[in-house]
Design a binder for this molecule. Structure first.
Ligand code: 6PG
Length: 246
């Protein structure tokens, strides 16, 4: 796998690129398939991207099925819910049909929620679980989805969905997360990250890509398809030269 790295001027440009590349990829997939799949990330980076994606031209949301890479174990209307953020920014504005919204059950015990989502994925995908477009972010510690450094979830090779525990500093510790074997089957994985706070983690990702170290969880996402990092100049400062592919 070769990771494409695109340095954009600002965090807003990162969000715009995430939206525009997602729309283009979904349109291309819709030309060939009756239905396509989009796996969303949480956090703050994608908020503007999802607001922009909701306005994208030529996207038949009747044929786009939406999933999540991770979720905080809170009710769906909770301020910390990734579903709530997506509902506000994308699902409602784009009028995504309810039958196409496959949310992670954050409002039940984590073990039960993981099993419920595991069954939902099996029912939809069967044995060929492969997202057409996968969104991922990265935390300052290099986590992605809710795969945190040192977590036993990093070593899960069989289960598709597992409970996870965020560090004590997190607003919500109990999480559900997809596992690496699931993430790795994406046709297109788009990472979006911005800000100086993530510079060290991204430096570790680059070192991992160069084979110098195992790297943080975000470095361990390898995909069958294409993987692109959309980062801003503040994050990439001193690490990359500007390659604004737009
Ligand atoms: C979550 C996300 C998580 C996120 C990173 C970055 O549930 O929090 O899935 O992996 O992408 O923590 O978050 P920010 O975009 O807020 O920096």
């Amino acid at each position: 796998m070769t990771a494409e790295i695109v340095v954009l001027p600002t965090a807003r440009a990162v969000a715009e690129a995430l939206a525009d590349r997602t729309a283009a990829a979904l349109r291309a997939a819709l030309a060939d398939e009756p239905r396509v799949t989009l796996c969303l990330t949480g956090g703050s980076t994608p908020v503007h991207a999802y607001e922009r994606l909701a306005l994208a031209e030529g996207l038949d949301w009747e044929r786009v099925h939406v999933f999540w890479g991770d979720e905080r174990c809170v009710p769906p209307e909770h301020a910390e819910s990734n579903y709530a953020m997506a509902r506000r920014t994308l699902l409602d504005p784009a009028r995504v049909p309810e039958s196409n919204v496959h949310k992670m059950p954050g409002n039940c015990p984590p073990d039960e929620g993981a099993q419920v989502y595991e069954q939902a994925l099996a029912q939809f995908f069967g044995d060929d679980l492969r997202f057409d477009v996968l969104h991922l972010g990265m935390g300052d510690d290099g986590h992605t989805a809710s795969l945190f450094p040192g977590s036993p979830a990093l070593d899960e090779r069989d289960r598709r969905v597992v409970p996870a525990l965020a560090p004590a500093s997190a607003a919500v510790r109990e999480r559900l997360t997809l596992t690496f074997p699931v993430l790795s089957r994406a046709r297109l994985c788009l990472f979006a990250a911005a800000g100086a706070g993530k510079r060290d983690a991204f430096s570790d990702v680059l070192d991992a890509y160069d084979g110098e170290q195992a790297g943080p969880p975000a470095a361990r996402v390898t995909v069958d398809g294409d993987l692109t990092w959309l980062v801003d100049r503040e994050l990439a400062q001193g690490l990359m030269t500007d390659e604004d592919d737009g």
